[in-house]
Design a protein. Structure first.
Length: 161
């Protein structure tokens, strides 16, 4: 679950950065320069400076650059599922033992992922409600904080054998 949540978060950062670059660069972009490429390069440098303690660029570490591109693609897929189901809680509902991360990230194409998500909703109309209902509990687990008050009854072990 944490992997899915973190991949979605990485993509959210990328998407926000791309929109901000586009907003600030209105009409000043060079020919052939894509906002997504600029955002990816910037986020790549920031991310690896934070974790490696040095600046990495696509020129200095090509393998890391390619892996980062994969992470963004995977994040886009998890983000698409979150949007389709209306909640980050979907990451907690899809059992990782049956719906492997690789199934979403590598097996399905982007178009097939969308079709698969539509089929899941068609087969179980309550999945969107369930995802929304557990969202606060899911986020509490991801942030390693106390469960929300409405889930406190789950912690009460009094009277159990």
């Amino acid at each position: 679950m944490r992997h899915r949540w973190k991949m979605d978060g990485l993509y959210e950062e990328f998407d926000c950065l791309e929109k901000e670059i586009k907003r600030r660069s209105e009409g000043t972009r060079g020919r052939g320069v894509r906002y997504a490429d600029t955002a990816k390069e910037h986020l790549f440098a920031l991310t690896y400076r934070k974790y490696l303690g040095c600046v990495a660029t696509k020129g200095t570490d090509w393998e890391l650059w390619l892996a980062f591109g994969d992470y963004l693609d995977w994040g886009r897929r998890w983000n698409a599922l979150k949007k389709r189901f209306g909640s980050v809680g979907i990451f907690g509902i899809l059992p990782w033992s049956l719906i492997l991360n690789a199934f979403v990230e590598k097996t399905l194409s982007q178009a097939r992922l969308s079709q698969w998500a539509d089929m899941v909703v068609e087969c179980n109309l309550d999945v969107m409600k369930m995802a929304k209902h557990i969202e606060l509990l899911f986020l509490a687990c991801m942030e390693e904080s106390e469960p929300p008050p409405e889930f406190a009854f789950l912690e009460n072990l009094d009277g159990l054998p």
